[in-house]
Design a protein around this ligand. Structure first.
Ligand code: PLP
Length: 366
């Protein structure tokens, strides 16, 4: 039984009767850039997240870059984030000319540890970028309190957590700005690249929009150095169809995760810990095992997708050379050795879950 890590084909087949006509209509309408579906999708995301503004852009990476730039992050500044994430959470800080300050994570939620964030705040700190890893919101309340206390920006990297809840708000809507990715494998995924910034702040929203269109408010008048970062009409069409299903899909993801948990109970495999501070959407289902590499080999050998998110902590990336050679992040460094993510999708069937769990348990106990 071959099972892909993300079954995009099954999702497409489920949605094709709804997707095909609207995609064909958008093709025929020929407004491929700046079309009506992009504006409509922005309004729908703003309403869904309960944010005053949503600004579409070309990717989750761009969403972060635009958010950081809108906050004025620049050379000489420091921004606190995690090293246990996808590169873009930190590379965007570096691309602004600022320095990522990596702090360690909580070993159960894999998210930033607020106490260590507090200890890392210094005179150059300008912002905190929590990442809602695997779909579970980071502890935003203590982080927001630190930001208020020290006059910092809170920028949520919500690339993996569309639709997750925290403190009565949607992930992304809690901080000054929230950043989403619509990369195809994301829980709200396009058929190509896409991203979005949400915010309640009128000034920051205007700044993100200006930066995303070559630093221009009025055509051919360029106020600041910006980017060409747009969501295209066809991606907006796809995303509008999928947005209608996001709550149902996230609920199904949670059911799959809980079915896995039941199979692994008592096995010694560390299952995802829902810390009760927010509602996890299980963009990934990630476990810990001392026999992680054997599990990966067994799954791959049986044609079952699996992945290590992430095999190299960011402070150990070649890109950063010796800059962080003296920095030790013991929890992050341990997790890099132990985590493995299993296939998860709203459409994963009970017999597939059982097959995957059988393979994992056999390799874990071998
Ligand atoms: C945590 C995190 N941040 C940022 C990104 C960047 O998003 P994108 O690939 O859309 O640029 C991703 C995903 O790729 C991600 O998982």
């Amino acid at each position: 039984m071959n099972i892909p890590m993300v079954d995009l084909k099954a999702e497409y087949e489920l949605l094709q009767d709804e997707l095909n006509p609207v995609l064909l209509a958008a093709l025929a309408a020929t407004q491929y850039i700046g079309g009506p579906n992009v504006r409509a999708f922005e309004q729908e995301v703003a309403a869904y997240c309960g944010s005053r503004h949503a600004i579409a852009c070309a990717s989750g990476t761009d969403a972060l870059l635009l958010a950081l730039r809108a906050c004025g992050i620049q050379a000489g500044d420091e921004v606190i984030t995690t090293a246990f994430t996808f590169l873009a959470s930190a590379s965007t800080i570096s691309l602004c000319g600022a320095r990522p300050v990596f702090v360690d994570i909580d070993p159960l939620s894999y998210n930033l540890d607020p106490a260590q964030v507090a200890a890392a705040i210094g005179p150059r700190t300008r912002a905190i970028v929590p990442v809602h890893l695997y779909g579970q919101p980071a502890r935003l309340e203590p982080l927001a309190a630190l930001c208020r206390q020290h006059g910092l920006h809170l920028i949520e990297d919500a690339a993996q957590s569309f639709g997750a809840d925290y403190g009565g708000k949607k992930s992304g809507a809690y901080g000054d700005l929230g950043c989403f990715s619509f990369y195809p494998s994301k829980n709200l995924g396009a058929f190509g690249d896409g991203g979005m910034v949400v915010t309640d702040d009128d000034r920051l929203a205007a700044q993100v929009r200006v930066l995303a269109s070559h630093g221009s408010r009025v055509r051919y008048h360029h106020e600041v150095l910006g980017y060409n970062s747009r969501l295209d009409e066809l991606q907006a069409v796809v995303l509008r169809v999928k947005l209608k299903r996001i709550d149902e899909f996230n609920r199904l993801r949670r059911c799959v995760a809980h079915a896995y948990n039941a199979r692994f109970a008592g096995s010694g495999i560390v299952t995802p810990h829902e810390d009760g501070h927010g509602r996890h959407v299980f963009h990934q289902y990630t476990v810990q095992s001392e026999r992680r590499d054997a599990i990966a080999a067994a799954l791959t050998g049986a044609g079952v997708g699996n992945a290590i998110y992430y095999p190299i902590a960011l402070h150990r990336q070649e890109l950063y050379g010796q800059q962080y050679a003296a920095l030790e992040l013991p929890v992050t460094e341990r997790m890099v050795q132990k985590v493995i993510s299993l296939p998860i999708s709203p459409l994963l069937k009970p017999n597939q879950i059982d097959h995957i769990a059988d393979l994992v348990l056999a390799a874990h106990h071998a």
